[in-house]
Design a protein around this ligand. Structure first.
Ligand SMILES: C[S@@+](CC[C@H](N)C(=O)[O-])C[C@H]1O[C@@H](n2cnc3c(N)ncnc32)[C@H](O)[C@@H]1O
Length: 252
């Protein structure tokens, strides 16, 4: 696969993910270079050492990284980072880990975190599936947020959707007892898939009952992709799932 960040003449932001040789997986994103501004490049150069976490493929000690022991929130695919930034300011008692593959969004958020003097945030510029699998300890997350994941609405692309049974089981493993999962989508067909998958996932309970959703909670500001969806006449579905005990496996 050609790497959009190393094509001739492009200003190359840090490579967002590593591809292990011989390992091909269906990913929930396709990298597009997009517009990467000099300000975003400067943000990477100057602010990555302060806010960035380089993917290493080993379980992290976030208490050491943040310099305190606090509940952890992970936001997957934060886009331009508006909801993430809002939450860091609103919820200073919890530490926030943002994961995004789109370099311009990471650059924008780095600048915002710096402007606001935010201390309870760190960012990965990497595939969230690999970060969860390899860098986050089991049972360690207080909350996972996935706001307006790419809908991959064409039938032949549905397989790229992030929320699938394997990913749901991974989330259950990473959430702490009594942790929660908050999702939002503006695609009815994806909402249906989320219910199909998550209502059937052992260890998760839909707070609104089977195939239920809630109004947008106060901690989630309206996001860019939500506005775009509303302009297209889409609805919005917020769903919260609580992590509950797994059913006991039958004794031998
Ligand atoms: C439709 S956008 C939504 C952005 C933002 N949450 C919002 O509501 O405006 C989905 C985002 O998820 C990111 N994304 C998709 N798959 C990802 C993955 N596996 N790891 C990290 N980011 C991912 C994309 O780069 C994109 O920015």
């Amino acid at each position: 696969m050609s790497d959009p960040f190393t094509s001739p003449g492009s200003k190359a932001p840090p490579k967002p993910f590593t591809v292990t040789e011989g390992q091909r997986r269906v990913r929930s994103f396709v990298l597009r270079q997009g517009r990467f501004t000099p300000a975003q490049q400067r943000a990477f150069d100057a602010l990555w050492p302060r806010f960035g976490i380089d993917y290493q493929g080993q379980v992290r000690d976030f208490d050491t990284l943040f310099g305190r022991s606090a509940p952890l929130i992970v936001e997957i695919g934060f886009g331009n980072g508006a909801a993430f930034r809002h939450s860091c300011l609103l919820d200073p008692a919890r530490d926030h880990i943002g994961i995004e593959v789109h370099a311009p969004g990471v650059g924008r958020l780095l600048n915002a975190l710096d402007n606001d003097g935010i201390g309870n945030a760190r960012l990965y510029h990497h595939d969230a599936v690999e970060v969860l699998e390899n860098e986050i300890a089991d049972g360690s997350l207080d909350e996972v947020r996935i706001y307006f994941p790419d809908p991959w609405h064409k039938k032949r692309h549905n397989k790229r959707r992030l929320v699938n049974p394997e990913f749901a089981a991974l989330l259950v493993r990473k959430l702490a007892a009594n942790g929660r999962l908050h999702l939002a989508t503006d695609w009815q067909d994806y909402a249906e898939q989320m219910w199909d998958v998550l209502d059937a996932t052992p260890g998760l309970v839909n707070r609104s009952g089977a195939r239920g959703h809630l109004p947008r909670p106060a901690w989630r500001p309206q996001t860019h992709f939500e506005t775009r969806g509303q302009n297209l006449g889409h609805g919005v579905w917020d769903m919260i799932y609580d992590r509950c005990a797994l059913p006991e496996s039958p004794s031998q």
